[in-house]
Design a protein around this ligand. Structure first.
Ligand code: ARG
Length: 464
């Protein structure tokens, strides 16, 4: 393919260098944004009298045809084209001749690529937010079904205090809710239009940047052209939001891996969302979770790639920045894949409430409540703590639990103990008693769920 910039050069570009330089293999996915960007640009050129109105109309019309032809498969991307921007302009010129050559007036690929990428990523952010909402909806539904499903809460992966499965799931809802806010913020920060920045210093043509910003769906035109072409904060920010959300998914995946092990058996994954072993006939593996956990690594890597790529770049555009796309596209593809697999996997999992309760009954997760029982009868917490510790050690010796230890044993350690201690340390009491804001008491969690339904999920229903 002939180069648009060939005038200054006496030799053809070395073919290996052409491949090295080319980005069409990964930036062709922005074809639609590129064409829409060009249509609005050329409409502006016509409106401003920068090129003849009839030419701008002809160009806009042909660009629409090119879009249709790409989408119907009639036009295929040339693998040796330098990038998607050059490819579409070349296709236009081939079709319209001299008229097509007017498109690139008052524009550079530097502002073109910046506007295309912002438009493309804005669309992807919308998709990601939609997928997170779906995941939250699944988690909320599961939480509703498990408001009273007692399980041990853990610290250091040691059984710690009683919670419910609903409370545990709603913790993730909060994380994903924050992720949504991060994506919204990222969207609004990137919602400024770099088109018109030109190569770096705008242009001497009387362009109308407010017009192009508005018609391309941006809040405003960027206020500094050097920044317009050299800013990639939106890539770093999006990669960051994606990496954090992936970390959340990875932590949940890790828990699911644990929960469906024979050691826990808290849940069972649906056959459609697990895999078998090639050799061990008994195996049912949580591959999806492991892949999400594994893929989180590459999204963290992509963020590092972008930060390192940008950290020493002088203003304004540098070709290094072409490296932004593979990194951010990979993060976008990865998170979309993970979100859309995780949600149905969780939706179809079976919760073994009995196993969770059984685990809750062993491990002395009501020990804090036993100490609190004494505190509520007037004993200082530290003394109550020590007595309860002694009771726990006694239970371990006798291979029993606090709930089954005879009252005489309790009384030996403190006269404050009475038979109402059993009620006080029952898991039901322990969970229901934790009804402070944020606590596992079913009433509290129910309120939390309602709040999520009225806010995060409400918008979803309205959109549908
Ligand atoms: N393919 C390039 C990129 O992705 C487009 C911008 C090229 N600009 C230039 N001056 N070479 O960054």
């Amino acid at each position: 393919m002939a180069k648009m910039w060939q005038g200054r050069f006496k030799k053809e570009l070395d073919s290996k260098v052409n491949d090295f330089n080319s980005s069409i293999s990964f930036d062709s996915r922005m074809y639609k944004d590129d064409i829409i960007g060009s249509i609005v640009h050329v409409n502006m050129l016509g409106k401003q009298g920068i090129i003849p109105l009839k030419d701008s109309k002809a160009i806009a019309k042909e660009l629409t045809r090119i879009l249709d032809d790409i989408e119907s498969g009639k036009v295929q991307f040339a693998p040796d084209a330098e990038d998607i921007h050059m490819f579409i302009e070349a296709e236009l010129t081939e079709r319209l001749g001299d008229v097509g050559k007017r498109l690139h007036t008052a524009r550079s690929r530097n502002d073109q690529v910046a506007v295309d990428l912002r438009m493309y990523l804005k669309g992807e952010i919308d998709t990601i937010i939609g997928l997170i909402k779906k995941l939250i909806a699944v988690l909320v539904e599961k939480a509703e079904e498990n408001l009273h499903t007692v399980m041990p809460g853990y610290t250091h992966l040691q059984r710690a205090q009683p919670i419910t499965f609903a409370h545990h799931l709603m913790a993730y809802v909060e994380m994903f809710k924050r992720d949504m806010v991060r994506f919204f913020n990222c969207f609004s920060l990137m919602n400024e239009c770099p088109l018109g920045s030109g190569a770096l210093a705008t242009t001497t043509y009387p362009i109308d940047r407010d017009y192009t910003a508005e018609y391309l769906g941006f809040d405003n035109a960027m206020l500094n052209s050097l920044d317009g072409v050299s800013d990639r904060d939106y890539c770093m920010e999006l990669a960051n939001a994606i990496a954090i959300c992936m970390v959340h998914m990875s932590r949940l995946s890790e828990e699911v891996v644990l929960w469906c092990s024979w050691e826990f058996k808290f849940i069972e994954l649906d056959d459609a969302y697990s895999t078998g072993s090639s050799i061990m006939p008994q195996k049912k593996n949580p591959d999806i979770c492991e892949l999400i956990r594994g893929k989180t690594g590459r999204t963290i890597g992509n963020l590092t790639t972008l930060l390192s790529m940008m950290k020493s770049l002088p203003l304004a555009y540098n070709k290094d920045m072409q490296e932004d796309k593979e990194a951010i596209f990979d993060s976008v593809d990865t998170i979309k894949l993970c979100l859309s697999t995780l949600a149905p996997m969780l939706d179809t999992m079976k919760v073994n409430k009995d196993k969770m309760l059984e685990a809750g009954k062993r491990g002395f997760i009501n020990a804090t409540d036993c100490a609190d029982y004494l505190v509520k009868k007037g004993m200082p917490f530290r003394d109550a703590y020590k007595i309860t510790g002694t009771l726990v050690a006694l239970c371990i010796d006798k291979d029993t639990v606090l709930d089954s230890l005879p009252i005489e044993e309790y009384k030996k350690l403190s006269p404050l103990f009475d038979s109402d201690v059993y009620e006080a340390i029952s898991l039901k009491t322990c969970v229901e008693g934790r009804n402070a804001v944020g606590g596992p008491a079913p009433e509290r969690v129910k309120q939390h769920i309602q709040k999520i339904k009225d806010t995060v999920l409400k918008e979803e229903n309205e959109k549908d």
